[in-house]
Design a protein around this ligand. Sequence first.
Ligand SMILES: Nc1ncnc2c1ncn2[C@@H]1O[C@H](COP(=O)(O)OP(=O)(O)OP(=O)(O)O)[C@@H](O)[C@H]1O
Length: 346
Amino acid sequence: MVQSRRAHNADDTRNESADRKPSVAVENLSLTYSDGTEAVKGISLSIPKGEFFGFLGPNGAGKTTTIKMLATLLEPTDGTVRINGYDATSERTAVRGTIGYMAQETSVDEELTAKENLRFACEAYGVARAQREGRIDELLDLVDLADVSDTPAEQFSGGMKKRLDAATALVHDPELVFLDEPTTGLDPKARNRLWAYFERINENGTTIFLTTQYLEEADQLCDRLAVIRDGTLVEDGSPDELKRRVGGARLEIDVDGGPAAVTEATDIARNSALFEPDVAVDTTEDGLRVTTQFASDHGTELLVALRDAGISVSGFDIEEASLDDVFLAIADDQADNLEQPGEGSA
Ligand SMILES: Nc1ncnc2c1ncn2[C@@H]1O[C@H](COP(=O)(O)OP(=O)(O)OP(=O)(O)O)[C@@H](O)[C@H]1O
């Protein structure tokens, strides 16, 4: 008789599923709440193992709803979700064995010490008894709470509680961890410590799915970002790609010769094929501002064209876009016109 080779413990589960990349594979995922709210409308997404992935979007865009479906806490209305190779609907238990989930609200038990919280999480996640104490010590070290391991969590600062909460999501050494706005409400120092910790677990091979309101956080930590708006994915790329493609870098050019020279320079920039099809040209007090994804590539060529037309340039600056610019462009209808048809949507 053939013995079932189905995995029964965390290690076997990990080995079996490790071969089945990617960490997240989503096709046409939708969720409509019972009151008719279409929170997620047919998104598709693939996240390779080991990626530090950022999921951004304005309030109410559908981030938490998506995370909950990926973490098997909500059943999709439509579409498929595979997590670490397992189907999130028909193989829910297997999925749960390979993921960690840190919700927006901390799940730390205030009456328990740091160590007791982690012991409780080990039981909940079925970590083998023999491995528990070693794993707990390792995690307390990782999140810098070893010195206060026997202190009740009610005496911890907000940042310490968040770090403990993150540690509890990792007791079973998951392949993928979901972090839903993990640093909201923390001061910059506490936020920085958590960032260092997330970077460390990612370096150890854990795939991270992060949502955050802090664009600086996304910029610093994430390999790749996707932006959701009104339940639909509207952008997907590395932070630098999005800055170039969506935010648009700016050329600030001052010219000598008064309004006539400014008008002529503006016409040259507008009619130049260098920046097509994605360019906005505005006049400024002493010259012009060119906003385009091609600013760094073709800025000097524009200067040459101005010189050839006999225009004297008195000032020149390139300002790279920030993720804030990306967000503004996505939120702002006018700036949406900068998106290239077919290229702006993921
Ligand atoms: N249980 C629910 N029943 C009905 N509608 C809901 C429910 N939960 C969320 N929604 C709605 O679904 C949409 C998406 O909400 P979701 O919480 O997923 O967005 P989000 O991007 O995570 O927002 P935030 O950043 O504010 O947490 C919103 O319009 C929200 O009001």
